[in-house]
Design a protein around this ligand. Structure first.
Ligand code: FE2
Ligand code: FE2
Length: 291
C-alpha cells in the first residue's frame, strides 16, 4: 500500500472509490426468473429468509442512524450511500418474498443501542464475518444447482455490494483508529480481533436460535442434502478463502482489505489438508499396533 492508512489521502481514496462504484438499480425492475415447482419449493424451503430479511432491514436502520453523527462530510456522504444499499437489499428480499410467496414477515426492529457508533462497528465486523462465510456457502449453493443460475446472478449483485461494504468498513476503521491515535498495525489487529470475537459470539447465538426454530420444520432433509452431499469442511474453508481472494481482486490494491479471516482460513485449510494426508497412515499404524 502506497498511501498511509488513516491519512487524509487514504480517506479521500476509500470514500471516493466507494461513491464512484455505487450503482443505481431498482429491485422491482430486476428480472424475476420463472421457477419450476420443484425449484420454487426449494427456494421457499431455505430456512433463513426471515433472518436475512430482518438483518438487512436492521443494517439499513443502523447505517441510517449512524450517518448523521459523522463529522467528516466525505465519510458521511459515502456512509449514506451504504445506507441506501442496505435499505435496497431489504427491498430486494421483500420483492423476492412477494414474488415467490416465501413465508417471511416484517418483524419489529430492536431498539438501536444508545452508542450508535459501536453498533455500526459491531455491525461492520459482523458483515465481514458473514460475507466471508457467505462467499463459500454461495459457491457451494451455486455449484449444487440448487436454483437456476439466473437466480444466483441476482444474489451475486447483493454479494458484490456486501464486498464493497466490508472493504469500505475496514478502511473506515483504519482511518477512525488513526484519528484516535491508535493507527499502528498492532492496535488495529487487536481492535479487529476483539470485535471479531463479538461477531462470532453473535453468529453462534443466531445459529443456535435457528436450530431451535427449524427443529423438525421445513428445510427438508433432501434439500439439505443438495448442499451437503459430498460436503467437505476443508473444501468449504478453501472455497471461502479462494472466493474472498477472487472477489477482492476487483478492488484497488491501495485499499486495505480484511486480512484476519483469510489468514485464519488459509492456516486452517493447510492443517486440514495435512490431517487428510496423514490420516490413512495413522489408521494403518494403529491397526498394525492392534494386530
Ligand atoms: Fe446488505
Ligand atoms: Fe452490507
Amino acid at each position: 500500500m502506497s498511501i498511509q492508512p488513516g491519512s487524509d489521502g487514504h480517506k479521500d481514496m476509500f470514500c471516493r472509490q466507494f461513491i464512484a462504484t455505487h450503482e443505481t438499480w431498482d429491485p422491482h425492475t430486476l428480472p424475476g426468473p420463472d421457477l419450476t415447482p420443484a425449484e420454487l419449493e426449494r427456494l421457499r424451503g431455505v430456512p433463513f429468509w426471515q433472518e436475512v430479511f430482518h438483518t438487512e432491514r436492521r443494517a439499513g436502520a443502523i447505517v441510517a442512524a449512524f450517518t448523521p453523527t459523522i463529522d467528516d462530510p466525505l465519510v458521511r456522504e459515502a456512509t449514506a450511500l451504504q445506507g441506501v444499499e442496505e435499505t435496497r437489499h431489504a427491498l430486494l428480499i421483500r420483492v423476492m418474498i412477494d414474488r415467490y410467496g416465501i413465508d417471511a414477515t416484517e418483524q419489529p426492529l430492536e431498539t438501536l443501542p444508545a452508542n450508535i457508533e459501536t453498533a455500526f462497528i459491531d455491525f461492520g465486523y459482523g458483515e465481514c464475518l458473514d460475507a466471508f462465510l457467505g462467499f463459500g456457502a454461495f459457491k457451494t449453493a451455486r455449484e449444487s444447482e440448487f436454483l437456476p443460475a439466473s437466480m444466483f446472478d441476482i444474489f451475486d449483485r447483493l454479494m458484490h455490494e456486501e464486498t464493497r461494504h466490508i472493504v469500505f468498513f475496514i478502511n473506515y476503521m483504519a482511518w477512525r483508529e488513526r484519528q484516535r491515535g491508535r493507527g499502528a498495525a498492532p492496535f488495529r489487529a487487536m481492535t479487529s480481533a476483539w470485535f471479531y470475537g463479538r461477531a462470532m459470539q453473535r453468529l453462534l447465538g443466531m445459529v443456535r436460535r435457528g436450530q431451535d426454530q427449524n427443529d423438525g420444520q421445513n428445510f427438508a432433509v433432501t434439500q439439505a442434502n443438495m448442499f451437503l452431499e459430498g460436503f467437505s469442511f476443508r473444501r468449504f474453508v478453501e472455497d471461502c478463502y479462494r472466493e474472498n481472494a477472487r472477489r477482492m481482486s476487483v478492488f484497488d490494491p491501495d485499499l486495505l482489505q480484511p486480512r484476519l479471516l483469510p489468514a485464519i482460513a488459509d492456516k486452517a485449510a493447510f492443517g486440514l489438508r495435512m490431517w487428510e494426508r496423514a490420516r490413512p497412515n495413522l489408521k494403518r499404524a494403529s491397526l498394525k499396533n492392534a494386530a
